[in-house]
Write a protein that binds this ligand. Structure first.
Ligand code: ADP
Ligand code: ZN
Ligand code: ZN
Length: 721
C-alpha cells in the first residue's frame, strides 16, 4: 500500500512532525502540496516522503490512517536539495519545518486560483536579417537585432515609421505578452573594458570549487561590472547564476545592467510581484528557461539545479534577515546552497558586516579588495556640528553650510541627495502648557504627526487617527510639533529654494506599486533634490549627483542596540557613496550633534578598517558578536502577570538545561506594543549549534505545554526590541 509522510501547514511546534496518509492511486511525489483532512478540517500539507507499507502494518497502528483528499500540484515544487535546506533552516533558526517550506515558495503559491486578468502588451521580436531599402530601415533592423525584443511602445520611441516595413518583410513579428513588471523592458548594453583593479579582483576569484569570497570594494569601484563578467563566465559553462540584492526597487540600476547584458536569460524575483508573477518566475527557473535570477531575500530559494555562482550584493544590508518566522539570514542559505552546488559565493559590500569581515580576516572567507573609485577619488566629506550651528542662530534643520552647498549645486544644474532617516512631519506632538505627549493608545510610543494626511500615526503598529488641535489633558490649544521628519524638511527646503524640484521618497510616498520606479525616474528626468529616508542610501547611481547631505546623521547612535555604531557608519558611508560617482567630483556634508564619535569620524574619512578595529574592541569588551553568538527570546501577552510568570518558567528551563557556556541576560520588560506586554531574555554563547538546540527545546516545551503567551525566538537578531 502506498502511503505518504505529510507535514501539515499548521505553524505550531507541537505539530512539527509528519503524519501518514494513504495515497494508493495518486500520482504523488516528494515535494508536492496536497489537501488532507486533519482534525476534521481540510488543510494543506507537504509531502515529505512516499513509501510502501504492507496493509497489516498499517492496520496495526494505533490510529486509522486517512487518505489524501487531493493533490495541489502536478509536479514536485521542491527538489531534494531544497527540502534538505528547509530542514537546515528549521534547526538553525528554531522555526517549524512547515514554516520553512512555506517561506521557500512563492507566497501562498496558488498557480491557478489567483488568476486575475493579466494586462497584455505588444512586443516586437526580431526574426531574421533581410535586405532593406533605406538607411533608416537598416538602422532599425540592426537595433532590434541587437536588442532581440522590445515592447512596441519602446521600439516606437525610436523607429516608429519603420515598424510596418520591417513587419512586411518579415524581419520582426509582433507578439502579445503579459505586461508584468517594469523590468520586462530591455535596456541597451555598453561594452565596458575592465580596469586593472577589476581584472585583479576577478583573477583572485577564479576558482571552480566552492569558496566564499568577501569583496570589499569602495562605493563606485565598479563592483557591478565584476559581477557581470563573472556571471558571463558561468553562463558560458552552462551554469546558473543568482544575484541577490537588498531591494529591487531601490537598486534599479543593478536590474537594468543585468538585463542589458543578459536580456531574456534573466528572471527578476522580488516581493512586489503578485502571486501569479512569482509563480511564473519560479516555474521559469524550475524549467531551466532562464539562467540568471536577480532577486531579493526569497530569491535564494529559487529551484536551481546547476548553480555556478551566487552573488550577494550589499551583504551587510539588514533586509537580508527575515523579520518574521522563519527568521533566517539569506547569507546562511546562500552559503549552504553554494556548498551543495559546489559553487562560488561572492559577498560584496563597501561596508561589510563586522561578522563577515572578521571571518575574512580569519581566513574563513577569502578577502578581495577594490580600494579606489573608477572615475574620481572619494567625495570630499565634511561634518557639521549642529550644536555650534545652532549657537550661531542657524536653522536646526539645515545649517548655513549645507544650504550654501545646495545653492551652488542648483546653480550648476547638478543634483543633490538629502537623507533624513525619519518619515512624517514631526515625531512628537507635545502640549506646551502641561507637557503631555500624544501617545499611541496601543503602544508605549509617541504618535508621529503626518502633515500631508493631517493624521497622527504610530510607526510601529500602524495605528492612525485624525490629528488633534487641543490637548487631551488640559484642553490647551498650545500644541507643538517637536523634531522633524521628511515632510517638514521638504517644506523647509522648498521655502529656501522655491524653484527647486524636490522629489521626496519615503514609506509614505512609495506605498503603491512601482512608486519607487516612478519617483526615481522623475528625479533622473527633472529633479534637483532627492529627499528621503535610508531607502535612498542604497544602490543609486546617478552621474549628476554631486552633493549628498545627511541631516541628523547621528540619530541611530541613540538607539539602545549594540549595533548602532555599525548601522550609523554603514548608513553614512553608503549615503556618501551616492555622491560624485560620475565624472564630476562629489561632496558630502553630514550634520550631527556628536561630531567626535568614532563612527562619524571614520565615515568622514571613508575608513572602514579603522572603524572595524575600533568597533571590534568594544564588541570584545562588552561580549557581543562577532566574538560570540546571541539570541533573544521575547514572550508577549495582553496580561502582564502571565508574561512575567511564563518568562520566568523559560528562564528556569534554560538554567536547568544549559551548560556553563551560556550567559543569560534578563528577563527585562520591553516597551508595550499593540497592547501586548513584552519581556525578553538574551542568551549569549560561544557555540551556535548548542544554543539553537537549547532554544529549540524551550520553544517546544513552551508550545507543547500550551502556554498562554506567545514566544518568539530569534537567533542572531538584528534588532533587540
Ligand atoms: P559600485 O557597485 O562598486 O558602487 P558600480 O559598479 O556602480 O560601482 O560602478 C560605478 C560606475 O563606474 C558606474 O557608473 C559604472 O558604469 C562605471 N564603471 C564600472 N566599471 C567601469 C569600467 N571598467 N570602465 C568604465 N566605467 C566603469
Ligand atoms: Zn496640555
Ligand atoms: Zn502603536
Amino acid at each position: 500500500m502506498k502511503v505518504a509522510k505529510i507535514y501539515i501547514e499548521y505553524e505550531h511546534m507541537a505539530l512539527n512532525q509528519s503524519y501518514l496518509y494513504t495515497c494508493e492511486y495518486l500520482n504523488i511525489e516528494r515535494g508536492m502540496r496536497v489537501i488532507v483532512n486533519f482534525a476534521n478540517k481540510d488543510i494543506v500539507g507537504f509531502v515529505e516522503e512516499v513509501m510502501e507499507m504492507n496493509p497489516q502494518e498499517l492496520e496495526s497502528m494505533s490510529y486509522t490512517i486517512k487518505s489524501v483528499v487531493s493533490l495541489l500540484d502536478k509536479e514536485s515544487l521542491l527538489n531534494d536539495e531544497l527540502l534538505e535546506l528547509a530542514n537546515y533552516m528549521s534547526k538553525k533558526t528554531v522555526a517549524p519545518y512547515i514554516s520553512c517550506l512555506s517561506a521557500m515558495l512563492p507566497s501562498k503559491l496558488k498557480p491557478r486560483s489567483s488568476a486575475k486578468p493579466i494586462k497584455k502588451e505588444v512586443w516586437v521580436v526580431f526574426k531574421q536579417e533581410r535586405q532593406v531599402k533605406t538607411k533608416k530601415q537598416s538602422e532599425a533592423m540592426e537595433y532590434i537585432q541587437q536588442m532581440r525584443e522590445l515592447s512596441r511602445a519602446s521600439f516606437n520611441k525610436k523607429y516608429k515609421t519603420q515598424l510596418t516595413y520591417l513587419l512586411s518583410v518579415d524581419v520582426v513579428y509582433l507578439e502579445e505578452r503579459e505586461a508584468i513588471t517594469a523590468f520586462r523592458e530591455v535596456y541597451e548594453d555598453q561594452a565596458i573594458s575592465l580596469v586593472d583593479m577589476q581584472v585583479q579582483a576577478i583573477r583572485q576569484m577564479d576558482c571552480d570549487a566552492h569558496n566564499v569570497y568577501l569583496l570589499h570594494g569602495v562605493t563606485g569601484s565598479g563592483k557591478t561590472e565584476v559581477f557581470l563578467q563573472m556571471a558571463q563566465k558561468e553562463i558560458d559553462k552552462n551554469k546558473q547564476v543568482l544575484i541577490l540584492v537588498p531591494e529591487i526597487s531601490l537598486t534599479p540600476q543593478m536590474v537594468k545592467r543585468v538585463k542589458a547584458r543578459f536580456k531574456d536569460q534573466v528572471a527578476i524575483y522580488h516581493s512586489s510581484l503578485n502571486n501569479q508573477e512569482k509563480y511564473e518566475q519560479y516555474q521559469k527557473v524550475a524549467r531551466n528557461e532562464v539562467n540568471i535570477v536577480v532577486g531579493t531575500r526569497s530569491g535564494v530559494f529559487m529551484p536551481f539545479t546547476n548553480l555556478g555562482l551566487i552573488i550577494m550584493d550589499e551583504e551587510h544590508d539588514q533586509s537580508y534577515k527575515q523579520a518574521s518566522t522563519p527568521k533566517y539570514h539569506t547569507k546562511d542559505m546562500a552559503i549552504r546552497r553554494g556548498e551543495y552546488h559546489q559553487c562560488k559565493v561572492l559577498l560584496a559590500s563597501a561596508t561589510p558586516s563586522l561578522e563577515s569581515y572578521a571571518r575574512a580576516l580569519k581566513g574563513v572567507y577569502t578577502l578581495v579588495e577594490m580600494k579606489h573609485r573608477i572615475f574620481n577619488s572619494m567625495p570630499k566629506t565634511s561634518v557639521i556640528d549642529m550644536q555650534k550651528a545652532m549657537r550661531n542662530n542657524e536653522n536646526y534643520m539645515l545649517s548655513d553650510t549645507l544650504k550654501q552647498a545646495i545653492k551652488q549645486r542648483l546653480d550648476a544644474h547638478e543634483q543633490c541627495i538629502i537623507l533624513l532617516n525619519r518619515r512624517g512631519y514631526a515625531p512628537i506632538l507635545r502640549c506646551i502648557d502641561c507637557g503631555s505627549i500624544k501617545m499611541c493608545p496601543h503602544c508605549e510610543l509617541a504618535l508621529n504627526f503626518h502633515k500631508t494626511s493631517q493624521r497622527l500615526v504610530c510607526h510601529t503598529c500602524g495605528y492612525s487617527q485624525v490629528s488633534i488641535y487641543e490637548c487631551e489633558s488640559c484642553h490647551s490649544k498650545n500644541l507643538k510639533y517637536v523634531g522633524m521628519g521628511t515632510q517638514k524638511l521638504e517644506e523647509y527646503i522648498q521655502e529656501c529654494f522655491s524653484n527647486a524640484n524636490i522629489v521626496r521618497m519615503d514609506a509614505d510616498t512609495t506605498n503603491t506599486k512601482n512608486a519607487h520606479q516612478k519617483l526615481l525616474d522623475k528625479f533622473e528626468r527633472e529633479g534637483d533634490i532627492l529627499l528621503g529616508t535610508q531607502m535612498i542610501a542604497k544602490g543609486l547611481d546617478y552621474e549628476r549627483v554631486t552633493l549628498v547631505g545627511v541631516v541628523n546623521g547621528d540619530v541611530l547612535l541613540n538607539r539602545s542596540d549594540y549595533r548602532c555604531a555599525e548601522l550609523t557608519f554603514d548608513l553614512l558611508v553608503q549615503a556618501s557613496g551616492r555622491s560624485g560617482r560620475g565624472k564630476h567630483a562629489g561632496e558630502v556634508y553630514i550634520q550631527v550633534y556628536d561630531p567626535n564619535h568614532y563612527a562619524i569620524q571614520c565615515a568622514l574619512n571613508h575608513d572602514y578598517k579603522s572603524f572595524f578595529y575600533q568597533e571590534m574592541k568594544f564588541r570584545h569588551l562588552a561580549n557581543y558578536p562577532p566574538y560570540l553568538y546571541i539570541s533573544s527570546i521575547i514572550v508577549s501577552h495582553k496580561e502582564e502577570s502571565i508574561v512575567k510568570r511564563e518568562i520566568q518558567e523559560i528562564q528556569q528551563l534554560l538554567l536547568e538545561n544549559t551548560e556553563d557556556n551560556f550567559r543569560l541576560l534578563g528577563p527585562i520588560a520591553l516597551l508595550k506594543i499593540q497592547d501586548m506586554y513584552r519581556y525578553r531574555i538574551i542568551i549569549k554563547s560561544k557555540q551556535e549549534t548548542s544554543m539553537a538546540d537549547a532554544l529549540m527545546h524551550v520553544y517546544k516545551v513552551h508550545n507543547e505545554t500550551r502556554k498562554k503567551s506567545r514566544i518568539e525566538v530569534n537567533i542572531n537578531p538584528y534588532t533587540m526590541d
